[in-house]
Design a protein around this ligand. Structure first.
Ligand code: ZN
Length: 338
């Protein structure tokens, strides 16, 4: 077993460390099964033999083999564990995200494979929501706001542009709604279909405890929120900050999100946008623990703990037919575990 001191702290170290299959394997076991207590991902039993040369187990109950990838987002993937670990490290830690082209170059896989890997990692990061229940509560302060994200009509195919221009400028935009908890300094954000009062307020009611101080701008969507919360509004036409009453933190999150979408992800289909939002939320919420900066290694471990043990498999995410073939063998099955 490697001492913790040898474990990677930077991207360079991570690439070198995970390039050793035994390191990748040991590390994945540790993060997937806390304490390293391996159990069958299908039945949960610990009655198995371990085939060391192939790094796989044979479950005596299921009468089937399993690898560290089974029942995780890496299941069915012909890409090696070393590349997966590096990709997860990159996405968890690169502030403005990672494009599939960049990942393809770094890992030496096709851009299509890299794209599928990133989508699956994002899906798992999205599960890492801070807290399951409502946030806030009496005495706490929450900011709520929404933002519009979308391509410019000028860059669009003429036919699509015509449809959008007919329906009005907002039809081209995807709306993201978010809440920010000032005590926890964490954000939740999701795609919403519209900015109607009912839609926005339902999200607030689902996410925020009764008695929280909720700060919004003066959008009509937040009108009459005060029946459930202590609601204060900042009117952006003539003021931006009135003491505590502002939405600066959530707006700061929007600008980070937009910067990464513009810089790294040049065109994101609205259908996929929620995964990019989840990715940005993950990095944002895992940047600090109180006033202490969270290290890259810690953020990676958090990401890995979400990826391992997830029911979400590649098949469920994409439908098996679309899974990329192995670059050299052309098969869709994993010929060797990793
Ligand atoms: Zn089993």
């Amino acid at each position: 077993m490697d001492a913790k001191a040898n474990e990677p702290k930077t991207l360079q170290e991570a690439i070198a460390y995970f390039a050793d299959p035994e390191n990748s394997f040991r590390f994945a076991i540790k993060l997937r099964w806390p304490g390293g207590e391996v159990s069958c991902p299908r039945c949960g039993e610990q009655k198995f033999s371990f085939i060391k040369t192939r790094r796989l187990w044979f479950c005596y109950v299921c009468k089937k083999q399993f690898t560290v990838k089974v029942k995780t987002i890496m299941e069915d993937s012909p890409i090696g564990l070393d590349k997966w670990m590096t990709a997860i490290w990159m996405l968890a830690n690169c502030r403005n995200g990672v494009s599939s082209h960049e990942l393809a170059r770094s890992l030496g896989v096709t851009q299509k494979s890299a794209w599928f890997m990133l989508q699956r990692i994002r899906e798992a990061l999205g599960e890492q929501k801070f807290g399951r229940g409502k946030i806030g509560g009496p005495g706490s302060q929450v900011e709520a706001d929404e933002t519009f994200i979308g391509g410019r009509v000028a860059n669009m195919h003429a036919k699509r542009r015509a449809t959008i221009e007919q329906r009005g400028p907002l039809m081209n935009k995807t709306i993201v709604q978010g809440v920010y908890d000032r005590q926890l300094r964490k954000v939740r954000a999701s795609i919403v279909p519209d900015v109607k009062r009912e839609t926005l307020q339902n999200i607030l009611l689902k996410n925020i405890k009764y008695g929280s101080a909720v700060y919004t701008d003066s959008a009509v969507g937040y009108d009459k929120v005060l029946y459930n919360f202590v609601h204060e509004v900042v009117n952006h036409t003539n003021e931006y900050v009135r003491g505590q009453v502002h939405t600066n933190s959530i707006e700061n999150f929007w600008s980070l999100l937009k910067r990464s979408l513009k810089g790294t992800y040049v065109c994101v289909e609205p259908f996929h946008l929620s995964r990019y939002v989840d990715e940005q939320v993950f990095r944002y919420n895992n940047r600090k623990d109180g006033d202490r900066k969270i290290s890259d290694a810690e953020r990676f471990a958090t990401a890995m703990s979400g990826i391992a043990g997830k029911r979400l498999t590649y098949t469920e995410l994409t439908g098996k037919d679309q899974s990329p073939r192995h670059e050299t063998t052309g098969t869709r099955e994993t010929p060797i575990p990793f």
